[in-house]
Design a protein around this ligand. Structure first.
Ligand SMILES: [Zn+2]
Length: 82
């Protein structure tokens, strides 16, 4: 007996929450990563884990917001990067 499509959608949405959660903690869109994770979980999970290694952004040590690598100050709280 094949698994009904609705169950597959529910399972996909459930496992898609994991990369969405990881990516959202790194300042990415939760909804976009949820859809991405549900459709391509095998790719989205390692992708979300390696997000912090991407060049071009850094995390503020004071408020946790991500800013561009070249930014001298945090765009959110004004914390000065070293
Ligand atoms: Zn900050």
């Amino acid at each position: 007996m094949p698994i009904p499509l609705i169950y597959m959608i529910i399972i996909a949405a459930g496992i898609g929450l994991l990369p969405a959660y990881i990516a959202s903690r790194k300042g990415r869109s939760f909804l976009a990563w949820w859809i991405y994770g549900a459709l391509f979980f095998i790719i989205a999970l390692p992708h979300s884990l390696f997000l912090s290694m991407e060049q071009g952004s850094k995390r503020c040590g004071f408020c946790g917001a991500t800013s561009k690598m070249s930014a001298p100050y945090c765009r959110k709280c004004g914390y000065e990067f070293m």
